[in-house]
Design a protein around this ligand. Structure first.
Ligand code: HEM
Length: 531
């Protein structure tokens, strides 16, 4: 009742136990909801979370979000979100906080340096070629092509990439779906991804003791899967430590570098992370580094299938680069030097940015205030109703210039990643359309929008932003280079965006089948498709 957020404008609650989360978090509603709310109330507003008492700050104000995401000692991920993450993937970088997080991030940073990622380039190309060959081998009639669920196949390929690039481990998921760790991981997430969280899952999150005392089938599956993943993780960490002790510094995978940076002589022992922390990072890489990128790629292929003229322009750009540096075989292209050229291609770059702007795989994030605080804002609030003036005057008493808002310890801030990316105030009236050419001529507001990557919030911002951003950009661009030159992608189905941990494609007419994206993949004529 004393919540300072209640002084802010915002949509009315429809009842004691109905909040606004479906409108804020379901991508079916959220673009229109963010649009209408910001028009009515300005960029800072109070929405209701799970019930009428649960006041949350929803901010689309660049100054406010930059402040919140950078003040990591005041704003953390709430315990319940960390519990959800930790229950699935352990207390790795994504789920940790405070000094524990800072220590982990410090030892992990070197593994994600541009120089190290360059060394991994052949892995990305290698897996793209392997998936290309797999698709070709599965086609009954290459002249007609075949429908493949690209989300499924890209998921298998990106899992393979993170296996090798992440910790030198072969899941071989493109070829067969039977490797033990891969199957454990897939089983653990399958139900969550296709059915979402049910009431029992949410109850377990708030009262974890119930999951211990009365585990349901889902909890039992999770435990079995985690036991398999942790056993393999432990063995991998042991192997990497042994390699380090024996002076073997050949392996360039992220885990080897992480172990090396953790065991380096110049690291203060108090700054080292434990073996358990290291194996939690394996799980974190698998979770954060595979589905995110495969979804980015899936959405990209869908938009290219919906806009064949953009697909054709991209193919021309890629082909002309490949022709300039004609190599006799695939390996010739699979180098860091060639990737540096791919990386500079303007249309490919615009398409990747636009895809990640238009459908950010991480739809939104959340923070909780650890103490009472004042958040600086840069835009005026708008109140509605007959007491609008009185409410504005009340706000002005504390902040005459209208440049701050109060938040109390324990209150949540909803970080609307998609809301920022689709804001018409920032990106223009066509913000809700896929238009890669917008990047040639961005509005001023977009140039100064916050975000780790290209002024979009897709990879977050501040000290908790995505450590794997460069990794996934290399993966997206190499995969597109290989696929767009070999195949045409067409016959897009009627697709809905559904937010189940990540924003996934569901076919409207086959919603019950879970997330999928079937596209018609047809080999093009030319040397590559003859292989
Ligand atoms: C398109 C691909 C990706 C997207 C959209 C994405 C998005 C994000 C976002 C939004 C965050 C911040 C979450 C928050 O503030 O609550 C994040 C954090 C993180 N990402 Fe990514 N990510 C992608 C790829 C990757 C890859 C490939 C890896 C690893 C190989 C990775 C590893 C991580 C980790 C470890 C964190 C936690 C960082 C920290 O808290 O310090 N991500 N990612």
């Amino acid at each position: 009742i004393r919540s300072p957020l209640r002084d802010l404008p915002g949509p009315r609650s429809k009842g004691l136990f109905s909040g606004h989360m479906p409108y804020a978090m379901d991508p079916h509603w959220s673009p229109a909801a963010h649009d209408q709310w910001s028009k009515r109330f300005g960029l800072n507003m109070c929405i209701k979370g799970l019930n009428w008492f649960d006041n949350r700050l929803l901010t689309l104000d660049p100054r406010a979000v930059t402040y919140v995401l950078n003040q990591t000692t005041v704003y953390e991920k709430p315990p319940v979100s960390r519990r959800l993450l930790a229950s699935l993937i352990g207390a790795g970088l994504l789920a940790s906080e405070g000094s524990h997080h800072r220590r982990q991030r410090k030892v992990m940073n070197p593994a994600f340096s541009p120089a190290n990622l360059r060394e991994l380039t052949p892995v990305f190309f290698g897996k793209a070629y392997e998936l290309r060959e797999k698709w070709l081998s599965l086609m009954t009639d290459k002249s007609k092509g075949e429908h493949f669920d690209v989300t499924h196949w890209l998921g298998r390929a990106t899992f393979d990439v993170i296996g090798i690039a992440g910790f030198g481990y072969q899941f071989n998921a493109i070829q067969e779906e039977n490797e033990e760790v891969y199957m454990a991981y897939k089983t653990m997430f399958e139900r969550t991804v296709n059915k979402g969280q049910d009431l029992m899952d949410v109850t377990y999150l708030y009262f974890p003791i119930l999951a211990t005392l009365f585990p349901n089938e889902h909890v039992r599956i999770k435990r079995r899967s985690q036991a398999i993943i942790y056993k393999a993780g432990k063995a991998l960490v042991e192997k990497k430590k042994r390699e380090f002790r024996e002076g073997n510094t050949k392996s360039r995978d992220l885990l080897s570098l992480l172990v090396r940076s953790n065991m380096a002589a110049d690291v203060d022992p108090s700054q080292r992370i434990s073996d358990l922390d290291i194996s939690n990072q394996i799980n974190t890489f698998l979770f954060a580094g595979s589905d995110t990128t495969s979804l980015g790629l899936s959405w990209c292929l869908l938009f290219l299938a919906q806009k064949p003229e953009i697909q054709a322009r991209l193919r021309t750009e890629l082909d002309s680069l490949a022709r300039q540096y004609e190599h006799s075989d695939d390996d010739g292209y699979a180098t860091a030097e060639f990737f540096a050229l791919i990386d500079k291609l303007p249309l490919l770059d615009n398409i990747c940015r636009e895809t990640l702007r238009f459908v950010p795989p991480v739809h939104s994030s959340i923070r909780v205030a650890l103490k009472d605080d004042v958040i600086p804002i840069s835009s005026q609030m708008r109140f509605e109703g007959k007491d609008a003036e009185a409410k504005l005057a009340h706000m002005k008493k504390s902040f005459p210039a209208g440049d701050g808002i109060r938040i109390a310890k324990g209150e949540f801030i909803h970080i609307a990643v998609e809301g920022f990316n689709l804001s018409k105030d920032v990106w223009g009236e066509d913000a809700h359309e896929f238009n890669p050419d917008r990047w040639d001529n961005l509005p001023d507001a977009a140039r100064s929008a916050p975000g780790l990557y290209s002024n979009i919030m897709t990879f977050g911002a501040g000290p908790r932003s995505c450590i794997g951003m460069r990794f996934s950009m290399i993966e997206m661009k190499t995969f597109l280079f290989v696929f767009i030159r070999t195949f045409s992608f067409s016959d897009p189905p009627n697709v809905m965006r559904v937010n189940v941990i990540l924003t996934r494609p569901f076919v409207k007419e086959a919603y019950n089948k879970g997330s999928q994206l079937p596209l018609l993949i047809t080999p093009l004529h030319g040397p590559l498709s003859d292989s």
